[in-house]
Design a protein around this ligand. Sequence first.
Ligand code: GLV
Ligand code: GLV
Length: 328
Amino acid sequence: AAVLVTRPDVPGRDAVDGLAGDGWSLVWEPGRPADGHALGGRVDAVGAVGVIALGDDPLDARFFAAAGAAGVRVVSLVAVGHDNVDLAAAERAGVVVTNTPGVLAETVADTAFALVLMARRRLVEASDDMRAGRWAGFALDGWLGLDVHGATLGLLGYGEIGRAVARRGRGFGMRVQHLARPSAPDDEVSSAVGWEELLGGSDVVVVALPLRDGPGGTRGIVDAAALRLMRRTATLVNVGRGPLVVEADLLAALGEGRLHSAGLDVFDGEPRRDPRDPVMRTPGLVVLPHVGSASEATRVGMTRLAVRNVRAVLAGQPPLTPVTAPTT
Ligand code: GLV
Ligand code: GLV
C-alpha cells in the first residue's frame, strides 16, 4: 500500500522518506492536483492508504468519496488551516483528517509582527524608494510613520497564533486586548473586550482566525462596517485566510484615508501575481506571498508532525493532532 504526497517540494523530505522504512511505498505527485476528482482518481490508481496534503489542495466531497472507496484512512495536512477540507465528507468516508497546529504559531506570529512594523512605519515604501534612487538626504519629514510602541494591539482570534502575537505586543510596549470568547477570557497578557471596543479602541488589529463558513462563521468578518469602526490612524494585519477580510472594502478604506495602513500575508484567491492588481498598488498596503510559517525549522517541524500523524493512524493508534470541531 502507498502513501501519496501531493507535492514534490516538501521541506523535511527525509522525515517523509522514513515512511518507506515502515513498509509503505511513497508516491510523490509532480505538481498541484487539478481538482478533487483528479486527486481522488490518483489515490485510487496508486492504492493509497494515506495522503500527505497541503492547505490549498482540493479536498472536497468528490475527493473524499473516491478516497474512502479506495481505502484511504488518513489525510494529513502540512498546514494548520483546513478550510479547504470538507470535514463532513471526510467523516462520511471514514477518513481521519489531521493538521499541524502548535509547531507554526511562533513563526506565524513573527510574520504578523513584521507586517505590523512594515505597514505602520512605512518601511517597505522607504526601502523601495531608496532602491529606486529617491533618497535625497536625511529629511526630518521623510517617510514618517506611526509608532508601534505605546499603541494598543487588538487581536481578532486569540488561539495559539493570536496569543503568540500578544506576547510580542507586550514586548514592544503595547497595550493588548483581544475579542472576548468563552474560550478566551482575560489573562495576564491581554484583556478580553467586545467587538466595538476591539475595533474602535485598537491602533493595530491583527486577524488570526480560522476561516469558517455558515452561521457564526468568520468569512468576511472584517467588512465595511467593521472597518468603519476602526480608527483612521489604525493598521490592519491579516495572517489567517484571505476571505476573512472583504478585500474591496479594505482597499476602499485605504483609498479614502479611513485607515492608515494594512499588511496582508493571505488573499482571497491565491496566488496573486498581476502587477496591475490593486493589492500591488494601493498606498499603505504591504503584501507578502503567504509566507507566515515559512522558516526552515518550522516547515520541517510541520512535515515531521504530518508524518507522525500518518504513522499513528496507519498503525491503528489515535492521531497526535486530529482536526477537531471549532471550540469557540
Ligand atoms: C498555512 O497557511 C497553514 O494553514 O498552515
Ligand atoms: C483561533 O485562532 C481562534 O481564536 O478562534
